[in-house]
Design a protein around this ligand. Structure first.
Ligand code: FAD
Ligand code: DHB
Length: 393
């Protein structure tokens, strides 16, 4: 089966879906190819925090209605160390900005619903996806979905995450890879219990990092620093709650609310990116081009930031025949990507326990002390957390 579209999109995660939605609003056609089923995509538990700019884009582009109804606006976070909480008030530090707690799988659900309602084409459950002729002016996507399909496109957007086929389709030697792995991972749980705190709590403790987050007024999302090779079977519910209790204990009588654990898993942590983020007519965005460690909740937001630039570049191309912004796509995205890499690495180092010894432990505690006592340092954390402003393009 032979098809044609303007933009072929590989991957129906937040990046691919948002791109297709924004292009539709600009009058540009696209087709999304996804190798998983719709139900799987709509139920994959992942991110939960949207920057102010990401949430605003959802509202402005007409897909923010449920998020505005069900999402939780947070005006800050707590940094907990030495058994004490230190609050950072984001609106006060950033001129009125906040964050939105809303599940990634709800974002995905809302975007799939919007694309299908607007007549968008998404092929789920396909196999053997491959991109061809990416350095020509007529790149193609081929895949199996009942029968063999081929889509002729003007451009291809590789939105297929870290393990997708887009990035490996670029010949060896073109991409420069930057990578850092960490000697720890996160054990994440979803629990059917009300959040123990009104806002997110990032805790540094000598037993390791812990994070108290949430999904709704009766669902909590909690994370514990663990070993990357940790076997989840070794972690009974009791052991998880016990460890969370020890790491998040305070000296002011606060208690952790515990409940039924409905899901648990271990996530590895890495910093990764490639330069450039484009080759010929294949453009990489989101996790296909970069991964940040989760501390600071940036991955989904960075994916949406790439998509925003690519959509603007395509608008100029189709309306004015200009390719200058497309040519600068990588350069523009990478400026933000490196700043977000820095922030995620910094938050991770400051909050996790490592084997670097007592000196390093004390320096990280001093850093937390500084960040929570200096207005300049709090402002820096806050402006990164709520999302850096976009450079004019
Ligand atoms: P993905 O979401 O990975 O989507 C890629 C899509 O491509 C998938 O649907 C995949 O099935 C599909 N695909 C893969 N291979 C192929 C193929 N060969 N053909 C077709 N389709 C393919 N980020 C935040 O901003 N805030 C957070 O709070 C946060 N918390 C996180 C917690 C966890 C436990 C994890 C794992 C991640 C978290 N992240 C967070 C990161 C965030 O989830 C990712 O950065 C985000 O999903 C990136 O979106 P994406 O669309 O680029 O990639
Ligand atoms: C969540 C994930 C993060 O990585 C983070 O920094 C904050 C919250 C979450 O899943 O809720």
């Amino acid at each position: 089966m032979h098809m044609r579209t303007q933009i072929g999109i590989v991957g129906a995660g937040p990046a691919g879906l948002m791109l297709s939605h924004l292009l539709h609003l600009q009058g540009i056609e696209s087709i999304i190819i996804e190798n998983r089923g719709r139900e799987y995509c709509e139920n994959r538990v992942r991110a939960g925090v949207l920057e102010q700019g990401t949430a605003d884009l959802f509202v402005e582009s007409g897909v923010g209605e449920r998020m505005q109804r069900e999402g939780l606006i947070h005006h800050g976070i707590y940094l907990r160390f030495r058994g004490r909480d230190h609050h950072l008030n984001f609106p006060e530090l950033t001129g009125g900005k906040s964050i939105m707690v809303y599940s990634q799988h709800d974002v995905v659900k809302d975007l799939i619903a919007a694309r299908l309602k607007d007549g968008g084409q998404i092929f789920f459950d396909v196999k053997d996806v491959a991109v061809h002729d990416i350095t020509s002016s007529a790149p193609r996507i081929r895949f199996q979905g009942g029968e063999s399909h081929e889509i002729d496109c003007d451009y291809i957007a590789g939105c297929d995450g870290f393990h997708g086929i887009s990035r490996p389709s670029i010949p060896a030697g073109i991409l420069r890879v930057f990578e850092k792995t960490y000697p720890f991972a996160w054990l994440g749980i979803l629990a059917q219990v009300a959040p123990s705190c009104d806002e997110l709590v990032y805790t540094r403790h000598e037993r390791g990092f812990a994070l108290l987050s949430m999904r709704s007024p009766d669902t909590s999302r909690l994370y514990l620093q663990c070993d990357p090779s940790e076997d989840i079977e070794e972690w009974s519910d009791d052991r998880i709650w016990n460890e969370l209790r020890l790491r998040t204990a305070t000296d002011n009588g606060w208690t952790l609310k515990e409940g039924r654990i409905s899901q648990k898993g271990v996530t590895a942590m890495r910093s990764f990116l490639v330069e450039p983020m484009q080759y010929g007519r294949l453009f990489l965005m989101g996790d296909a081009a970069h991964i940040v460690p989760p501390t600071g909740a940036k991955g989904l937001n960075l994916a949406v930031a790439d998509v925003r630039i690519f959509a603007q570049a395509l608008d100029l191309f189709y309306k004015q025949g200009r390719t200058d912004l497309l040519e600068r796509y990588s350069e523009i995205c990478l400026r933000r990507v490196w700043k977000v890499q820095r922030f995620s690495w910094w938050m991770t180092s400051m909050l996790h326990r490592s084997d670097e010894g007592e000196f390093s432990e004390r320096v990280h505690l001093a850093e937390l002390d500084y960040v929570t006592s200096s207005r300049a340092a709090s402002t820096s954390l806050a402006e990164n957390y709520v999302g850096l402003p976009f450079d004019p393009v």
